[in-house]
Design a protein around this ligand. Structure first.
Ligand code: TYD
Length: 222
């Protein structure tokens, strides 16, 4: 990088149906409305390869019925490597912010905590897949499992929601809460169980001082 200011990398995480995707879109719109160039993206996806992987891992039933967790982790990791190198890093280096619904913590929560791949192994794989990029800020949009699942109509369920029960999603949720507690400098937890507007407002309150620190300085005493 040539000294230009690098953009900030913000990820939104949470259990299924927490509203991350909508919240990410609203956050990106808000940042742009404040004059901040922002790329909106999400996983699995974000590149043509990522979209292919998404189709494969979320919807191909004959494949996913007997999917080994390591194979699953590698598919998400392949999509993440492509996403990071082709979309996320170039945007950050152009000085744009990146708002991304799901990133490496999804693999730690789902393939790691919920499917039982050893935490150190999955972290090692993430370092490789992400080129050691770590989000500057991760917002956990937290909702009780039953609230999240009830929000999704059955026809929209992916293979996790089709095949896993509430216990699986409880494991995912508590894994996320554990990550947030372990990394308080990177993580903020926002309640996603209220209205879309309430979630958006809570997220903006977290992001505001992070992206616009001088706005805060001016209102500080002295
Ligand atoms: P998606 O339809 O995007 O779910 P949501 O709207 O809840 O974000 O599907 C993403 C699914 O893929 C979700 O159930 C979590 C799972 N997933 C993983 O298991 N590992 C990963 O690394 C990623 C990115 C997603």
């Amino acid at each position: 990088m040539s000294g230009a200011r690098r953009g900030r990398f913000i990820t939104l995480e949470g259990p299924d149906g927490s509203g991350k995707t909508t919240a990410a879109r609203h956050l990106a719109d808000w940042l742009r409305s404040r004059g901040e160039p922002t790329v909106l993206t999400g996983e699995p996806g974000g590149t043509p390869l990522g979209e292919e992987v998404r189709r494969l891992v979320l919807h191909l039933r004959d494949v996913s019925d007997d999917l080994d967790p390591r194979a699953d982790a590698l598919l998400f990791a392949a999509a993440r490597a492509q996403h990071t190198s082709r979309l996320i890093l170039p945007a950050l280096e152009r000085g744009e912010h990146v708002v991304c619904a799901r990133y490496l913590d999804s693999s730690l929560a789902y393939q790691g905590a919920a499917y039982g791949i050893d935490a150190d192994e999955i972290r090692r794989l993430q370092r490789f897949a992400t080129f050691e990029v770590v989000p500057d800020l991760t917002i956990l949009v937290d909702v009780p499992v039953e609230v999240g699942l009830a929000r999704k109509r059955r026809g929209e369920w992916n293979r996790f929601e089709d095949t896993e029960g509430a216990r699986f999603f409880e494991t995912v949720r508590s894994a996320y809460l554990g990550f947030a507690a372990a990394e308080p400098e990177r993580y903020r937890v926002v309640d996603g169980s209220g209205s879309v507007e309430a979630t958006d407002a809570a997220i903006r309150a977290v992001v505001e001082p992070f992206i616009f620190p001088r706005t805060q300085d001016r209102s500080a005493p002295g």
